[in-house]
Design a protein around this ligand. Structure first.
Ligand code: SAM
Length: 286
């Protein structure tokens, strides 16, 4: 039975271990039962799943996950939380802790070693200071996943789902929508955490796209182009691509490729949709 899903139990365990929140680790712990069960439901966690939780904190959500999943592996960076997790997860023999910086974890190896190469399921209340690097790590390293259900800042969830023409549309939108179909589950207020974050949050699920966008386009080429365009979104396509080092920054070669594919070099790239970026990448790297 979960034991930590309320403010009194959370405060008691924090006091027992004399734990102090570390801002640098983005520590905002959940104290709201309906949010905790909502996340497990959104992740469709079941007995067949090997779930990876990024940043378990004191193990509040880990307990919920362990109640439903086959296996849970919780990756935590903070030394001070390891003894706490030993206690709070002690009665769950399907939950284990990996004491490591998530950005250095080889999830391909974990899928192979611990789950017979089958896809992992990621569920997390993410540390907000590294949301984008974590999500990009999972998406771009070809890690097999059945879904990624994460709590992020509300604004970040909006950026993940943004469409061309909106001010929120950027490199994160293109990356997330290139690899997955994002679906917003629900919004979470500041009062569901201790300490309270400064911003509202949202739970979003990313499911892998069934069919790749354009198999002729290599993701690393596409994202060189995407980064170049959004790093200088007010510049023309020609200048942004050249400054971003595309085709070695050779303006003539870029201009030629753009014109041959029907792109006006003086256009801005920020309004391109996924297909547009794929077509542009194909034109530049054929
Ligand atoms: N899952 C807990 C909850 O919902 O109550 C805690 C979530 S808290 C927002 C983020 C957690 O991620 C913290 O436990 C923090 O120490 C951990 N964390 C921060 N940076 C990390 C990193 N680079 N690798 C692994 N864990 C990290």
């Amino acid at each position: 039975m979960p034991t930590l899903d309320n403010i009194a139990a959370t405060k008691a365990i924090l006091a027992k271990y004399n734990f102090h929140f570390q801002k640098k680790f983005g520590q905002n712990f959940l104290i709201d039962r309906s949010v905790l069960s909502g996340i497990v439901e959104a992740g469709e966690v079941g007995p067949e799943d090997f779930v990876v939780e990024i940043g378990p904190g004191i193990g509040t959500m880990t307990q919920y996950l362990a109640e439903s999943a086959g296996q849970v592996l919780a990756v935590e960076i903070d030394d001070k939380l390891i003894p706490v997790l030993q206690e709070t997860l002690g009665s769950y023999d399907n939950a284990s802790v990996l004491h490591q910086d998530v950005l250095t974890v080889d999830f391909l190896e974990i899928a192979k070693e611990k789950n017979g190469g089958k896809p992992l399921k990621f569920v997390a209340n993410l540390p907000y200071y590294i949301t984008t690097p974590i999500v990009m790590q999972l998406l771009q390293n070809e890690i097999p996943f059945s879904s990624i259900t994460v709590m992020v800042q509300k604004e970040v969830a909006e950026r993940m789902q943004a469409q061309p023409g909106s001010k929120d549309y950027g490199a994160l939108s293109v990356a997330v929508q290139y690899y997955t179909d994002p679906e917003l589950n629900f919004i979470v207020g500041k009062g569901s955490f201790i300490p309270q974050p400064k911003v509202e949050s949202a739970v979003i699920t990313l499911k892998p796209k069934k069919t790749p966008l354009n198999p002729a386009v290599k993701p690393e080429h596409m994202f060189t182009v995407v980064r170049a365009v959004f790093n200088q979104r007010r510049k023309t396509l020609l200048n942004a691509l050249a400054n971003g080092g595309v085709l070695g920054g050779n303006k003539e070669a870029i201009s030629e490729a753009l014109l041959a594919a029907g792109f006006e070099p003086s256009l801005r790239g920020e309004g391109l949709d996924l297909e547009g970026f794929a077509k542009l990448t194909e034109a530049l790297y054929h």
